[in-house]
Design a binder for this molecule. Structure first.
Ligand SMILES: NC(=O)c1ccc[n+]([C@@H]2O[C@H](COP(=O)([O-])OP(=O)(O)OC[C@H]3O[C@@H](n4cnc5c(N)ncnc54)[C@H](O)[C@@H]3O)[C@@H](O)[C@H]2O)c1
Ligand SMILES: O=P(O)(O)OC[C@H](O)CO
Length: 339
């Protein structure tokens, strides 16, 4: 049951001025007083004066209403002032989620955009938040959303997930409208598992497509990938239906088939025989699947969950198997029932 959204302005601070943080800030600025924080002062100055984020969203004009700063105190005050009903949106990579959450004022509200498991700890965002910001109201904003399309105002549907239903409502109030539809979900675990695992699966479909294995193979990888994503999610306490939604099947189809995906591009280049080091050097953006794949597999193994496609991707990323050998390993697995 959703309540009607009111018209009071919501101060929004977006922390992190990469492709996705900037794109969402641009959309938020069409509805709410929005401040984008970049950690690099020169980058903040360039965005503010040119109205372009040339490094991360080249050629896409940003709205005049979007304010940009490198002043962290000002960024924290904008959405974190007591009683301001503000919303922080964290647009950093997963690796910086912990330190960014720890900076937020007590009692404030925050949603993160990053998709993955934290390398090292193996934790999802909601687990990191419990450690780093126990007094901040938190959730995750996910779904099929290439930054370039959102920045251009192309229609996009997202899901705001939190066990705090009022926080989901606040995110919807701040962002729903215009070209963005924002749904709510009470299942942050499922939404986060979907976002993390689809990145690994996009590397797998990139490899298969790069090897010209065909459309049948791609559909098989997506469908069996969805099965392994769902198995892991259920073992972690997620709701099954989440994996049929925007942050599961929706984001998996987008990322596994859309050439705007950085993770898919990693797979395509691996299939072409390029080294991972060289691929990451050329990419210039984060491809979270590269950093999460091992962690996904470790958590799955701890829980006794089988994830053969993830296992194959990890072996290729580690350089232990060539793409062709990884495909052979998947194809020679024992025959079994689908469900
Ligand atoms: N690009 C997309 O289409 C998209 C869509 C949905 C989700 N995401 C997710 O959002 C997250 C960010 O992706 P992106 O595409 O914006 O990455 P990106 O590579 O384009 O930019 C990352 C940004 O984070 C900044 N950053 C890194 N460490 C930081 C720190 N410690 N403090 C502050 N800023 C820091 C970098 O300076 C850079 O501006 C990833 O987890 C990604 O999976 C991306
Ligand atoms: O470019 P990718 O592979 O990081 O995917 C971007 C988004 O997560 C798609 O929803």
């Amino acid at each position: 049951m959703t309540r009607p959204l009111d018209d009071l302005p919501v101060p929004v601070t977006v922390l992190g001025a990469g492709a996705w943080g900037t794109a969402l800030a641009a959309q938020a600025a069409t509805r709410q007083p929005t401040l984008l924080w970049a950690r690099d002062a020169a980058q903040a100055e360039a965005i503010a004066t040119t109205r372009l984020n040339q490094r991360y969203l080249p050629g896409i004009a940003l709205p005049a209403a979007l304010r940009v700063t490198a002043d962290l105190d000002a960024a924290l005050a904008h959405a974190g002032a007591p009683g301001a009903r503000g919303l922080f949106i964290i647009g950093t990579p997963m690796a910086a989620l912990r330190e960014t959450l720890a900076r937020l004022p007590e009692g404030s509200a925050a949603m993160w955009l990053c998709k993955g498991f934290e390398a090292g700890s193996g934790l999802l965002g909601h687990e990191i938040a419990l450690q780093a910001a126990p007094r901040v109201r938190t959730g995750v904003l996910s779904g099929p959303s290439f930054a370039q399309e959102v920045a251009r105002g192309q229609p996009t549907a997202l899901v705001a997930a939190s066990r705090d239903a009022a926080l989901c409502q606040a995110a919807m109030q701040a962002l729903h409208g215009g070209s963005l539809r924002v749904y709510s979900s009470p299942d942050p675990v499922g939404v986060e598992v979907g976002g993390a695992v689809k990145n690994v699966l996009a590397i797998a479909t990139g490899i298969a497509d790069g090897m010209a294995l065909g459309l049948n193979a791609r559909a098989a990888l997506i469908t069996r990938g969805l099965a392994e994503m769902t198995r892991l999610g259920l073992a972690l306490g997620a709701m099954a239906e989440t994996f049929m939604g925007l942050s599961g099947l929706g984001d998996l189809v987008l990322t596994a088939t859309g050439d705007l995906s950085r993770n898919r591009r990693v797979g395509l280049r691996l299939a072409a025989g390029v080294s991972l080091k060289q691929i990451l050097h050329e990419l210039g953006h984060v491809a979270e699947g590269v950093y999460s794949a091992e962690t996904v597999l470790n958590r799955a193994r701890t829980l006794g969950v089988e994830m053969p496609i993830t296992e194959a991707v990890v072996a290729v990323l580690r350089g232990e198997l060539a793409p062709r050998a990884a495909v052979a390993a998947l194809m020679t697995r024992e025959a079994r029932a689908e469900h």
